[in-house]
Design a protein around this ligand. Sequence first.
Ligand code: C2O
Length: 503
Amino acid sequence: SVTRYYQLTLKKVKLSPDGFERTVWSVNGQYPAPIIRANKGDRMIINVENRFGDPAAVHWHGMLQHGTNWYDGVPGQTQCPIPNDVSFIYNFTTGDQHGTFWYHSHFMAQYADGLRGALIVHDPDDPYLKEYDYEYVITLSDWHHRTTGEILPNFISPTYTGRRPVPDSPLLSGRGRYNCNGAPDGSKCKPNAPLAVYNVKKNKKYRFRIINSAADAFFIFSIDEHKLKLIESEGIYIKPTIIEKLPINVGQRYSVIVNADQPIGKYWIRATIDKRCVLINNATINFNSSIDWNGLGILKYEGSKNDKPKSKEFVENFKICRDLDPKHLTSSTQGDGIVKAVMNNSSFIPQFNDPTITKIIRHIPPEELPKEQNSLIFDNKNGIVEIALWNNNTDEHPFHMHGHVFGVMFVGEKNEYPDEKKYNKKNPVIRDNVTVPGFGYLVIRFIADNPGIWAFHCHIEWHVELGLVLQLVELPSILMNETIPNDASSLCFKNDYQKKRNP
Ligand code: C2O
């Protein structure tokens, strides 16, 4: 293992990912943000230089941050935001983790404005290494032409109706194609923007790492006339299974192997926003009809002609807005329950100027944390924690946990705590991001082995802004005796917390 240094300069630039020009909260001037790569066991030293003109912070989605809770990047929970014109070094190891991760701003809805990119941890012992010749990363996102600074004040207002903002374009690896008909006067918009192209050679095999980095969109991913061999879900190898279409919710990641064994030509890669998940409550929503919900990219064989793909889409019907059937995702097992907790009723309100971690380290008893911080406190080292979520609404919610992977013991529709006999104790899916169905129940379990303050939240960014967040206060009696490194604690003295985001 080695130490890897990365420089991420956060700055606003004008870009046109789908042909429409807007201000993008970029990393090093790019969208999507550059891919960060490492091997398992590497130390990551990542200097984040904030030139946004706004506070910011970066979270490493899926990295467990063993012993480095203060580099998890969550303002209000694990750090104070990085003020403008200040640099902050994140310093953590990938440990024994490997697989497909991503990174994004965890400050307000800033990642929807651009600060999101792939984080790939390679595994020299990857059991599938011999099964593919090359690898590619595909990031999926939903793109808005308005900044979140413009969207949020309307969204979070006394007249809030529950409608989520509807994106203008789906993007596949940062590229999409807006038809410009809906572009307001005075804006810069070019139709037929270039799509992402993946070059392949006949009879070679390719690993595609697919990351849903959307603010809201549930995607269905597929490559015309090519089956997908699923091998990884969120950093966990799984028994290979062949699928045609991959449903992937916000925050989730998968790897598939694609065999370029079809006739030489061009084939559409499809990333379709399942609008049923966005519009489910809002049949009457007045969405912009110029939106194309079908994101596209191109799989291009060497030697193919310079024309449009004519390929055909696989037909497959899914239960709407659901994770891939868990029978595709068998991995290892877990033990028996000890602690039980159910998410409470209050809406999370962060205290950016006094994050929970600093309160615990000042020895404020965890029971005295503000009620609206939705704390789940557990202090039993190596105990098994069980969390059940009952979703009292038609919307699905992709829940993500920081600091852990968990076993998915039960998912279903039932308005009562499911009987333990129904749990999948034999081979639950192990992951960090799972969909709670509409009017559904989710039961997960994990081991309390990582002292820290860990967010557990719906990854629909608009729901985060509405407070659909809780925090695990894990092993506080250990955490309270830790020392936050100077660089991390000093941020809290540099901050001008009153300063709100610029629109
Ligand atoms: Cu992708 Cu709380 O994070």
